[in-house]
Design a protein around this ligand. Sequence first.
Ligand code: 13P
Length: 158
Amino acid sequence: MNDARPPRQAIRTLQARKRIALIAHDGKKTEMLEWAARWQETLSRHELLGTGTTAGRLRSELGLPVEGLMSGPLGGDQQIGARIAEQALDVLIFFWDPFAPQPHDPDVKALLRLAALWNVPVACNAASADFLLSSPYLDERYDMSIPDANAWADARSV
Ligand SMILES: O=C(CO)COP(=O)(O)O
């Protein structure tokens, strides 16, 4: 079994204004809208982005300025995953639906893997999202440990 791991960690500093991704599967969109309405004032202090349909509904129903990427089944989860790999995302709020298989399940799994890999705070339901948004770290700079990509590359070059 290949058990290669990054040999070292590095520090990444999150700024006080966070870049927050908001995503909800169809069966969870109402819950996401209700949750975001409760946190509207807090969310509006940060930079928001989301998959296409989720972002569109947050804009049209709550007036939140959410940058819309591609819809999830068309590659939106992968775009958010790319932001994580580029250290361009700070918090992931993803209400994924535990009752509905998705045509893009591999993309969902890939996104959650990258979030785990890069130590990105993730909430997968309203209660965990409440905890994340009420954290004192949300509005402060925060140092976190991430894999050292250079050490990984050096360890693998021959
Ligand atoms: O499918 C999604 C996440 O996996 C969400 O996509 P939409 O926001 O476009 O519905």
